[in-house]
Design a protein around this ligand. Structure first.
Ligand code: TYM
Length: 334
C-alpha cells in the first residue's frame, strides 16, 4: 500500500515508436487506473539495451515514449512516470534477484527464445536475464497489480516465483504481484499475418500501426490488412484476420462483437476495413496533437521527469535497503 492505495506498476521498452498493440493492450487501459491505484510507469530504457541501439535515436525514443504516456492521458502529477535508468535500485535489486533465479527457469522463457532467434548475432546475457530485471522493476515498488498484454504473462509468473522464493527464505519482504490482463485488446495481431502478434520490429511496415502514423497511412494499412476467405464480418477462430480487426474496432468504439457483426451485415470486407481505419485514426488524432505539444514544451516534460525520478528513487530505496539487510549485506557506515 502507498498513500492508502494498492500499488500498480507497468512500463514499456523505449525502443522505436509504440504500436497500436502497445496502446490497446496496455496504455489505453492504464489511463483510468489512478483513482483506484497508486500508479508507477517506467520508461524501460535498460531493457531496450538488450538489442543494439543507436545512442542518439534511442535517447529520442525514450523521451518520445515519456511524451506518449502523457499524451495518451496519464497525468504525470498523479502517476509516477519516470526513467528506469534514473533509479539505480533497479539494477542493484536485479543482481540480488538473479542469485535467486534458476537458469532452468530462464531457459523456459519464450520471449528469450524468440528474441534469440531474431538476433542470432547478438544473444547477450542481458537478453537472457531480462526477466530478472523485470522482476526487480516490479518488486522494487511492492506492486500489487501489473497491467500487461498477454505476451508478458510468463514474465509475471517468473516474477511471482522469485518473490515467493525470496519470501519463503526471508519473510514477507515482497508483495507478490498479480498480472492484470484486459479482456479485449490484450493480444493485437499483425495486420499482415494475423497469427503473429503486432510488433514494433516487424520488417513489413504494413504489419503494424504506429501511434504517430498519419490518418492516410493508417487507413491505407487497414485497407491492405490480410483478411480471410469468405466476405462475412464474423468473429471466429476460423477467421483470425477479421477477428483481429473486430478486436481493434471493439477496443476503440466500445462496441461488442455482436453489435459489430450486425453493423456490417450484408457489407463486405472493404467497408469494414475502412471503418476500422477511420475509427483508429480518430482515436489517435487527439493523442498525436497532445504529443506534439508536449514534445515542444521542454520545460514541462523536464520538470515532470525530474519530480517523478526523485519520487520513484525514494520508494525504491526503501525496498532495496530492506532486501540488502535481509540477505546480510553490511550497512554503510553513516
Ligand atoms: P513491451 O515494450 O514489449 O510492450 C509494452 C506493453 O504492450 C503490450 N503489447 C501488446 N499488447 C497487445 N497486443 C500486442 N500486439 C502487444 N505488443 C505489446 C505488452 O504486453 C506490454 O504490456 N517487458 C516489458 C516491459 C517491462 C515491464 C516491466 C512491464 C519492463 N519491465 C515491468 C511491466 C512491468 C515489455 O517488453 O513490454
Amino acid at each position: 500500500m502507498l498513500n492508502g492505495k494498492k500499488i500498480l506498476y507497468s512500463g514499456m521498452q523505449a525502443t522505436g515508436t509504440l504500436t497500436l498493440g502497445n496502446y490497446l493492450g496496455a496504455l489505453k487501459n492504464w489511463v483510468t487506473l489512478d483513482e483506484e491505484y497508486e500508479c508507477l510507469y517506467g520508461v524501460m530504457d535498460l531493457h531496450s539495451l538488450t538489442v543494439r541501439q543507436n545512442a542518439a535515436e534511442f535517447r529520442k525514443n525514450a523521451r518520445s515514449l515519456y511524451a506518449l504516456y502523457v499524451a495518451a492521458g496519464l497525468d504525470p502529477e498523479k502517476n509516477c512516470i519516470y526513467y528506469q535508468s534514473h533509479v539505480s535500485g533497479h539494477t542493484e535489486l536485479s543482481w540480488i534477484l538473479g542469485c535467486f533465479t534458476y537458469m532452468g527457469e530462464l531457459n523456459r522463457m519464450t520471449q528469450f527464445k524468440d528474441k534469440a532467434a531474431k538476433h542470432a548475432d547478438n544473444i547477450n546475457a542481458g537478453l537472457y536475464t531480462y526477466p530478472v530485471l523485470m522482476a526487480a522493476d516490479i518488486l522494487l515498488y511492492q506492486a500489487d497489480v501489473v497491467p500487461v498484454g498477454v505476451d508478458q504473462k510468463q514474465h509475471l509468473e517468473i516474477t511471482r516465483d522469485i518473490a515467493q522464493r525470496f519470501n519463503a527464505l526471508y519473510g514477507d519482504v515482497f508483495t507478490v504481484p498479480e498480472a492484470y490482463i484486459a479482456k479485449s485488446g490484450a493480444k493485437i495481431m499483425s495486420l499482415q499475418d494475423p497469427l503473429k502478434k503486432m510488433s514494433k520490429s516487424d520488417e513489413n511496415v504494413n504489419a503494424a500501426i504506429f501511434l504517430l502514423d498519419e490518418k492516410d497511412v493508417i487507413i491505407r494499412k487497414f485497407k491492405r490488412a490480410v483478411t480471410d476467405s469468405g466476405c462475412e464480418v464474423r468473429y471466429g477462430e476460423d477467421k483470425p484476420g477479421v477477428s483481429n480487426l473486430m478486436d481493434i474496432y471493439s477496443c476503440v468504439t466500445g462496441r461488442d462483437y455482436a453489435a459489430i457483426e450486425k453493423e456490417f451485415e450484408g457489407k463486405g470486407y472493404g467497408d469494414f476495413k475502412l471503418a476500422v481505419g477511420e475509427a483508429v485514426a480518430e482515436e489517435l488524432s487527439p493523442l498525436q496533437t497532445r504529443y506534439r505539444e508536449l514534445m515542444a514544451d521542454k520545460t514541462y516534460l523536464d520538470s515532470m521527469i525530474k519530480m517523478n525520478d526523485e519520487k520513484a528513487a525514494y520508494y525504491a530505496s526503501k525496498t532495496l535497503r530492506k532486501v540488502q539487510k535481509k540477505v546480510g549485506l553490511t550497512e554503510k557506515i553513516k
